[in-house]
Design a protein. Structure first.
Length: 224
């Protein structure tokens, strides 16, 4: 975190949520931010104003919020702490990959740069979190993989799952029950307007459009 700026854990959660929404949709709308943080829209105003005073966000009325350059640097630092905390929980403590997001949200605020360096070294410098999302480097660099949402794949196409965007427990547990996890092969059997029928490891399942939008994939040469 930038030394000159000290934020509460709540404010850091806002920065992280804005970053995630901005990456997905270009801007963080108030209603989407409220849904992401599980708060009522009216409670967001004061925190956004606080972040704006620190030069971390730009707010355009009736459009939404975007991070400034300084805000993006801070967001990447928070994501680095969060995703390394997730890897610590899965790789060292053997927690289920679908269960670690909430615990990492708590743990990330307590990790100093020195502790992060120790965790990273112990884990042999991982590039991705357990959900397949890139871990920012100490310099804020991201090792992104070329991929696209599962909703953009065509019927009868087989893809490799790269990562899951929505890391909330309910989403991850639902997908894990269907075999959907990073590096798994997924074959699209049928697509309709509101759902997809897929096959993972020989098991057929139905995905809602919302679930499929959160699954990032890349093309595979074969079928499962």
């Amino acid at each position: 975190m930038t030394a000159a700026i000290e934020l509460s854990n709540e404010a850091e959660e806002y920065i992280e949520a804005i970053y995630r929404l901005q990456r997905r949709r270009g801007i963080a709308k108030t209603k989407d931010l409220a849904r992401e943080l599980k708060v009522v829209p009216g409670s967001i105003t004061n925190t956004i104003a606080h972040l704006k005073r620190h030069g971390l966000v730009e707010h355009t009325p009736y459009k939404g919020v975007k991070l400034t350059l300084e805000g993006e640097k801070l967001a990447l630092n928070i994501l680095r702490r969060h995703r390394l905390a997730e890897r610590l929980l899965t790789d060292i403590l053997e927690a289920e990959w679908s269960e670690v997001h909430d615990a990492a949200c708590i743990l990330e605020h307590a990790l100093s740069d020195d502790v992060l360096e120790l965790i990273e070294r112990r884990l042999s410098y991982p590039k991705f979190c357990p959900h397949g999302n890139p871990i920012p480097s100490e310099k804020g660099e991201l090792n992104d993989v070329e991929c696209f949402p599962l909703t953009e794949a065509s019927s009868d196409q087989t893809c490799i799952i790269v990562g899951i965007i929505d890391e909330k427990r309910e989403m991850l547990v639902a997908l894990a029950e269907k075999g959907v996890k990073p590096q798994a092969l997924v074959h699209i059997i049928k697509k309709s307007g509101k759902s997809l029928i897929i096959c993972v490891d020989g098991k057929e399942s139905k995905l809602s459009k919302g679930e499929a939008e959160n699954i990032l994939v890349k093309k595979s040469g074969g079928r499962n």
